[in-house]
Write a protein that binds this ligand. Structure first.
Ligand code: AMP
Ligand code: MG
Length: 487
């Protein structure tokens, strides 16, 4: 690593300084032939960075970790985690680095983090690298999620390294530069708790409150307040995933943030035909992280956070357990309320309609979509047409339209607002077959399909002529879709 002469950004290195127990000073592998592939200019501007400078030599050096300002203290972060229900005491950034925190012009603090930047002491058997396809995939899907209004980490850039990566075939290597509210995870707290260091857990709690929930910074019981806040943030986040048909695919506790942002776009996918059992990840053989289980898994993960916090919630274990259980018991209500409110908006139902009516209507609709295996995203746009008196397109989605007609009568009686529905139900999501097509082309050197798809999913609510194919589900010939972790 060399020190950049002209700095593109200054880092505060707050985490690295405050938590040496959780931060191994490390540096990126050398990538002399690195080349910037995609830059997220709107995000760069939000961060107060100059896109032109990021495109220049020092910028590319920053985005690969090869030329950092003197203020940077890159570290690999330590964390533990439950992976598919089994506890791994030491995971950590095996192929990633936290470069440091950036103070944005609007006064927020954002982590800048690299993925695919070489082996670290946490790499175990891994090569520390990443292939171009999965890094572009994270860029694309996180941008889509952001445009859909779902809290998420974001991608600042993908840079090709010039170093080939051995997977099933040899692929071009790439580094993703990721921006997050922080990289504090449930697994960070599990790691600290497993070390038996209550003081470390308390300092983490204080840092998490200061950064993500500043209104709770002076709480009487900081650990309990943090737990309550994360319960709420995750219930709301996972409800949003469900509302847009997103399957995260690897909801291990190391992939669950304290901030309430979506993180780790490995094997995720958007569901097309509605089916709670939808699973895409090639390794999720039991369907642990299936679409319809995400809410319960969220609660399970939060119980692991509660366990990590227990000794700092109350010295009396029974009392600590009681308080923690009380906090966790609010998850289901918070999730249901967020989902119901989201469905009310998707269905264009006026806000003064009784919540129980909306919930019953929503639950009944979900059963119909499930029985009919109806394309989830496409359905809501066609339903808006039904609110305008053109019900034909929605009917067509059901092999047996009669139950839907009965449902639609109940719904139409509430006076749904078609324009409001169009503003909140996407025309375009990253359809799996189109994503694969774009990533294959990019891997072969043609970025055009990726750029086109990115532009479409960044503006998901506005229907555009010539983009019809981006709105259609995959043809049957596309077959069962499989996604992969750690690629
Ligand atoms: P993930 O499935 O991306 O959440 O990763 C789980 C763990 O595996 C994390 O500790 C990663 O840092 C590590 N990991 C994944 N891929 C690699 C790789 N190619 N080299 C080293 N570590 C990796
Ligand atoms: Mg991860």
């Amino acid at each position: 690593m060399t020190v950049a002469s002209e700095t593109v950004v200054e880092f505060s290195s707050r985490f690295a300084r405050a938590f040496p127990e959780l931060a191994v000073p490390w540096h990126a592998a050398e990538f002399p032939d690195a080349r910037l592939l995609v830059l997220n200019e709107p995000l760069a501007v939000e961060l107060g960075l100059d896109p032109t400078a990021l495109r220049a030599g020092n910028g590319v050096g920053l985005l690969t970790g090869n030329r950092l300002p003197a203020s940077a203290m890159p570290v690999a972060q330590a964390y533990a985690g439950h992976q598919f229900g089994g506890y791994s005491p030491v995971l950590g950034d095996g192929r990633a680095l936290l470069l440091g925190e950036i103070a944005t012009p609007d006064g927020r603090l954002r982590d800048l983090h690299l993925k695919g930047s070489g082996r670290t002491p946490f790499a175990r058997g891994g090569d520390g690298l990443a292939a171009i396809g999965p890094m572009l995939r994270e860029f694309l899907i996180s941008e889509a999620m952001h445009a859909l209004g779902v809290p998420t980490t974001r991608a600042l850039a993908v840079t090709t390294t010039g170093v080939p990566v051995q997977r099933e075939t040899v692929l071009p290597g790439a580094v993703l530069a990721r921006v997050a509210a922080s990289h504090l995870r449930v697994g960070t707290f599990q790691y600290a708790a497993a070390a038996g260091d209550d003081d470390l857990v308390r300092r983490l709690v204080a840092a998490a409150l200061e950064r993500h929930y500043p209104h709770l910074a002076d709480a009487d019981n900081p650990s309990l307040s943090l737990l309550e806040a994360v319960v709420h943030a995750q219930a709301s986040l996972i409800a949003r995933w469900v509302l847009v048909g997103f399957v995260h695919g690897v909801m291990n506790t190391d992939n669950m943030t304290i901030s309430g942002e979506t993180i780790d776009y490995g094997p995720c996918a958007f569901m097309e035909a509605f089916d709670p059992a939808s699973v895409y990840s090639s390794i999720d053989l039991q369907g642990r992280y299936a679409f319809g289980r995400q809410s319960r898994i969220g609660e399970w993960n939060l119980a692991r956070l509660a366990e990590a916090l227990l000794p700092t919630i109350d010295a009396d274990t029974d009392r600590a357990v009681e308080l923690a259980q009380n906090a966790l018991s609010r998850y289901a209500d918070a999730f249901n309320a967020a989902w119901s409110e989201g469905m009310r908006v998707k269905l264009g139902i006026p806000a003064d309609v009784d919540e129980a009516v909306t919930t019953a209507l929503s639950t009944d609709l979900v059963s119909l979509l499930e029985i009919g295996r109806v394309d989830y995203t496409g359905f809501f746009r066609r339903l808006a047409d039904a609110a305008r008196g053109e019900a034909g397109a929605a009917h067509e989605l059901f092999a047996d339209p009669e139950p839907f007609n009965l449902w639609a009568q109940r719904w139409l009686a509430l006076g749904p607002d078609a324009a409001a529905m169009d503003a909140r139900n996407p025309v375009y999501i990253p359809r799996n077959h189109v994503v694969e097509e774009a990533l294959d082309a990019a891997t072969a050197g043609d970025l055009e399909p990726f750029a086109r798809l990115l532009a479409v999913v960044r503006s998901p609510f506005v229907e555009r002529e010539g983009c019809e194919r981006f709105a259609r589900p995959a043809p049957d010939s596309f077959g069962p879709y499989r996604t992969f972790c750690g690629t």
